[in-house]
Design a protein around this ligand. Structure first.
Ligand SMILES: [Zn+2]
Length: 75
């Protein structure tokens, strides 16, 4: 499933804003999968990464913390 930009807000309910802020603060290149059926997090993801492939669900829904925060703040 490809997630369109205008649906980001609805598909990120499983991600907690504070969890993402904390990951950003750790500065360990953590990324989050925004797939509503997944929600995995991974290391080695640049903060500004977009649409990387998630190793868990295999969808291109893995984003860096900065990108996830931007989407949450605007979603
Ligand atoms: Zn995933």
């Amino acid at each position: 499933m490809f997630i369109r930009p205008n649906t980001y807000g609805k598909t990120m309910n499983h991600l907690d804003y504070e969890q993402v802020i904390n990951a950003a603060a750790r500065d360990m290149n953590e990324g989050f999968c925004i797939n509503e059926t997944c929600g995995a997090n991974s290391l080695g993801v640049e903060p500004d990464a977009k649409e990387h492939r998630c190793h868990v669900c295999q969808e291109f829904t893995l984003y860096g913390v900065q990108q996830v925060l931007i989407m949450m703040e605007n979603g």
